[in-house]
Design a binder for this molecule. Structure first.
Ligand SMILES: *Cc1c(COP(=O)(O)O)cnc(C)c1O
Length: 437
């Protein structure tokens, strides 16, 4: 039995990582996987089943990263596996329409009162990038407004951070993005109505869209008031701009109809990713028939994809979403998560530890702070991440896998059993005791 203090063996993972460094920048194909914000080398995963993953050294973990969100049904879900296996016999890709695209679209649209038409793409980044183009093409305006602390994938327009001053042009947050692109993106703080008012005053008739994560969950969990989200709806409508909800995380996570339904607010365009493909690469964007009529070949906004609507990915999506559409699924997920968080909160209160747990649906986030409310990126103290590192290591040592950064949220899947969660609670208690010892 491992203990919180004793490091697990990562010998094989370390060897694989050394080899990977010869092939890939930083040894990875997506930066946060490199474990730069936590201790040790990244774990190379061999397989997953239900709530568990096993690494190359044979360590078993209860997984709360869940492939960064897609695996709401856990690993190796039987129905998804069977659907994918059956489709494999028929071919991997045709570059022509299939009935499977209709099936997934119908499943989504007949259970969603916020969009009327949809287009499938292959990633969240692609979905958001296309949604931005659509908003620009539809409004014939160029500027977009985004919020500090929201992540929308890695397209050029969105790799932009706030400049100096309350309401100014953004600055690029990645080398390789021209400053002239960044000038079309204005970045403001979340949960600040004044900044929104100023932005519309300062750039009249120039803002194509305001884009926000349905519930910001890529830089901690920055819960927003419904009144603030409704304010964004009112302001965008008033100024002829579109409101885009980036629901790549929240879509099919906080409910089948995502954050839009969570607030009861109808954005103009919604983007999806992660869960929609059940572990396969799928993204999507949707809107009213009127707005979607601007997409090619119906309209002048070009957007295409060789592997879009890929049959294997579609069947994985169908098998996933049809399970999510069953009555009570989300209620149960939320109850389970609430109980898990509540137990930990009681322990934290008893011990007077300076850590908060924020939660919505089956998402949770540990913030090492005394603040009861965190709604903006600048309220997170970067120093607090040192505590997360200690917790992360102590959790891995006890067989619990959290995302390798304190800015990442955790996910509870339907495969996590009460026993898994009880084991995890004990592990977290011990980890917190180490953090605050
Ligand atoms: C993950 C994510 C993206 C990017 O999706 P990829 O599939 O990684 O390209 C965009 N927006 C949000 C809100 C996300 O969480």
């Amino acid at each position: 039995m491992t203990t919180a203090h004793q490091d697990i063996s990562r010998v094989t993972s370390a060897k694989l990582f050394e080899k990977a460094k010869k092939f890939f920048p930083g040894g990875v194909n997506s930066p946060v996987r490199a474990f730069k914000s936590v201790y040790g080398t990244p774990l190379f995963i061999e397989r997953g089943d239900q709530a568990y993953v096993w690494d190359a050294d044979g360590n078993k973990f209860i997984d709360f990263c869940c492939s960064w969100g897609p695996l709401i049904l856990g690993h190796n879900n039987g129905a998804i596996r069977e659907a994918v296996a059956a489709q494999l016999d028929k071919g991997l890709s045709f570059g022509a329409p299939t009935r499977l695209e209709n099936e997934l679209a119908e499943l989504i649209l007949s259970n969603n009162s916020y969009i009327e038409k949809i287009r499938f793409v292959s990633s969240g980044t692609e979905a958001v990038m296309s949604a931005i183009r659509l908003a620009r093409g539809y409004t014939k305006r160029d500027k977009i407004v985004k919020f500090e602390g929201c992540y929308h994938g890695h397209s050029d327009s969105l790799l932009v951070k706030a400049g100096s001053g309350l309401v100014t042009f953004g600055e690029t947050s990645s080398a390789g993005v021209p400053q002239s692109f960044a000038e079309e993106t204005i970045v403001i703080a979340l949960d600040d109505k004044k900044a929104v008012e100023e932005v519309f005053l300062r750039f009249p008739n120039q803002i194509a869209a305001v884009i926000i994560e349905g519930i910001p969950a890529n830089n901690g969990l920055l819960l927003q008031d419904k009144a603030y989200m409704a304010f964004l709806r009112t302001m965008t409508e008033k100024h002829g701009s579109l409101l885009i909800f980036d629901e790549v995380i929240t879509g099919f996570r906080v409910g089948f109809q995502g954050a839009a339904h969570h607030y009861g607010i109808k954005p103009d365009i919604i983007t999806y990713g992660k869960i929609i493909g059940g572990g396969m690469p799928v993204g999507a964007y949707g809107a009213s028939k009127e707005i979607m009529a601007h997409i090619s070949p119906d309209g002048g906004v070009y957007q295409a994809g060789t592997l879009s609507g890929n049959p294997i990915a579609m069947v994985a999506g169908i098998a996933t979403l049809s399970q999510l559409a069953s009555p009570g699924f989300y209620e149960k997920q939320e109850q389970t998560t609430k109980a898990f968080v509540q137990t930990l909160k009681s322990y934290i209160a008893d011990k007077h530890y300076d850590v908060q747990i924020f939660t919505v649906g089956s998402i949770f986030w540990f913030a090492f702070t005394t603040q009861q409310r965190i709604s903006r990126a600048d309220q997170i103290d970067p120093q607090s991440m040192e505590k997360y590192k200690v917790m992360h290591r102590a959790l891995l040592n006890q067989g619990v896998y959290f995302g390798p950064s304190g800015y990442e949220v955790g996910f509870i899947s339907s495969a996590h059993t009460n026993e898994d969660l009880e084991t995890t609670i004990q592990a977290i208690k011990q980890a917190l005791d180490i953090v605050f010892q």
